[in-house]
Write a protein that binds this ligand. Structure first.
Ligand code: NAP
Length: 302
C-alpha cells in the first residue's frame, strides 16, 4: 500500500472535460498536480492554474505516488497504462481509476493492478464536470477499503459525496450502469412511451406528469421497489396482499399494448414488459408480486 498521508502530489492522465475538472479542483485545493493529455492544448489551458505538464504518460506517472486516470474508455486506458514501461513505473503507487467502464473491465483492470503491485480504486463518477469540487458531486468507489482510506483527502477534494460501495471491484461500475444506464433512461423511456399514448389520444401531458409526481412515484413505485429488494435477495416473491398479484396485471398490460397498437405508435416497449410478465406467470408466479419478473430478466435472452 502506498502511504499517501500528507502527500499532496497527484498525477492526472486525461484532461478532457472531466479530467480537467478533476485537475482544476485539486490545484485549487493546494495539491501539486502533474498532468498529461494526448492533445497538448487541453493541458496548456491548466498551466496558468499551476499544472505541471509532462510530455508522456510515463513521466506523468513518475511524478506522483497517486495517479488519477480519466479518459474516454477502457481500451484507451489500457493502451496508456498497461504497456511495460508505464506498468513498471506504476509499481508501488495508487491508481484512482475514473474512466467509465463495465464491471468486467474493472475486474480486468484490477487483475493488472494486482500483478503490477498497484493499489487500485475503481471509481464511477455520478456528476457532470461542473459538479466536481461541489457538494452535489458524487463518486462511487470500489476496491480495498485500506486504499480508499489512504487517499480519502484526495477523494474528499474531488466531490462532496464520496461513497465506498464495497471491495468487489466491479461494484462501482455495476451501480453506475444500473442507475445511469438503466433506471434513468428506462424510467424516462417509460414516461415517453406513456406520453406517446396520451398524445395520440389527445390526453393532456401535464395531467400525466402531475399524476406521476403526486401518486405514482411516492406511492406505488417506491413501495414496489422497496418491497422488491428483500424479495430478490431471498428469491421469494409471494403476494404481500396490499397491491395486485401478477395475474391481475396481465389484462391491464394487454390493454396498454392494444392502446399503443391502436394509436399507431411503436409497441415494442409494451411488448417487452408484457412478454416478461406473461413468462413469470407461466413460471408459476401468477399469485406473486411484480418482483418475480426479476427471475425472467436475470436469464440470458432466448
Ligand atoms: P472528453 O472530454 O471527451 O475527454 C476524453 C479524454 O480521453 C480526453 O483527454 C481525450 O484526449 C482522451 N482520449 C480519448 N481517446 C484517446 C486516445 N486514443 N489516446 C489518448 N487519450 C485519449 O470526455 P470526458 O467528459 O472528460 O469523459 C472522460 C471520462 O469521464 C469518460 O469515461 C466519461 O464516461 C466519464 N464521465 C464523464 C462525465 C461528463 O459529464 N463529462 C460524467 C461522468 C463520467 P484528447 O483531448 O486528446 O482527445
Amino acid at each position: 500500500m502506498t502511504d499517501t498521508s500528507g502527500n499532496k502530489k497527484v498525477s492526472v492522465i486525461g484532461l478532457g472535460e472531466m479530467g480537467a475538472a478533476l485537475a482544476r479542483v485539486l490545484l485549487a485545493n493546494g495539491f501539486i498536480v502533474t498532468g498529461w493529455n494526448r492533445s497538448a492544448d487541453k493541458a496548456e489551458r491548466l498551466k496558468s492554474q499551476g499544472l505541471h505538464i509532462r510530455a508522456t504518460v510515463l513521466k506523468t506517472v513518475a511524478a506522483s505516488s497517486v495517479v488519477i486516470a480519466c479518459v474516454s474508455d477502457y481500451p484507451t486506458l489500457t493502451g496508456l497504462l498497461h504497456g511495460d514501461d508505464v506498468t513498471c513505473a506504476m509499481s508501488g503507487k495508487t491508481l484512482i481509476q475514473l474512466t467509465t467502464r463495465t464491471p468486467a473491465e474493472a475486474r480486468s483492470g484490477a487483475a493488472w493492478a494486482e500483478a503490477a503491485n498497484v493499489a487500485c480504486l475503481e471509481g464511477a463518477i455520478q456528476a457532470y464536470p461542473v459538479h466536481i469540487g461541489t457538494a452535489e458531486g458524487s463518486i462511487l468507489y470500489s476496491g480495498a477499503r485500506a486504499t480508499f482510506d489512504a487517499v480519502r483527502p484526495i477523494l474528499d477534494t474531488l466531490t462532496g459525496q464520496v461513497v465506498h460501495v464495497g471491495e468487489q471491484v466491479g461494484s462501482a461500475a455495476a451501480l453506475d450502469l444500473a442507475l445511469a444506464g438503466t433506471v434513468v433512461p428506462g424510467a424516462t423511456m417509460a414516461f415517453l412511451q406513456g406520453a406517446a399514448i396520451c398524445k395520440a389520444e389527445g390526453a393532456p401531458l401535464d395531467t400525466f406528469l402531475a399524476m406521476i409526481e403526486s401518486s405514482v412515484i411516492p406511492g406505488l413505485l417506491l413501495s414496489t421497489l422497496r418491497a422488491s429488494v428483500p424479495m430478490i435477495e431471498s428469491r421469494s416473491y409471494g403476494y404481500l396482499g396490499d397491491g395486485a398479484p401478477l395475474d391481475a396485471w396481465v389484462p391491464g398490460l394487454q390493454m396498454t399494448l392494444q392502446a399503443a397498437l391502436d394509436a399507431g405508435i411503436n409497441p415494442r416497449w409494451n411488448e417487452f414488459i408484457l412478454e416478461h410478465l406473461e413468462r413469470a406467470v407461466a413460471d408459476g408466479h401468477g399469485q406473486g408480486e411484480l418482483a418475480a419478473i426479476f427471475e425472467q430478466l436475470r436469464q440470458p435472452a432466448t
